[in-house]
Design a protein around this ligand. Structure first.
Ligand SMILES: [Zn+2]
Length: 103
């Protein structure tokens, strides 16, 4: 897959771009011009917006387990899918905190 550089007209190649400490997919031209992947740019903007909000999640019982209800904005910003499996990491030194990871 290629993309034509708007600045010089050459073909830009797929590249991982570093944007404010985050690696996002995009394109880089030999002239030095860089382009963010459209989906990645949208997601990055959504994540920045979420970073400024106080997010909460509600725990609800569902049969013999509990579901954590995530805000839709978070679900969309992370590109999550319904029925997706997440990793859970518990920190024994901080029993009031845990981390969820997308595979
Ligand atoms: Zn170029």
């Amino acid at each position: 897959m290629t993309m034509k550089c708007v600045k010089c007209g050459k073909l830009a190649k797929r590249a991982s771009l570093r944007i404010e400490g985050t690696t996002v997919p995009g394109w880089r031209c030999s002239c030095g011009e860089e382009y963010l992947d459209a989906d990645a740019a949208e997601r990055l903007l959504a994540l920045r917006k979420l970073d400024r909000q106080k997010l909460t999640a509600k725990v609800t019982q569902q049969g013999n387990s509990f579901a954590v209800r995530l805000p839709m904005a978070l679900f969309r910003a992370l590109g999550m899918k319904d029925k997706e499996t997440l990793g859970i990491k518990v920190d024994p030194s901080n029993p009031r905190s845990f981390t969820l990871t997308l595979y």
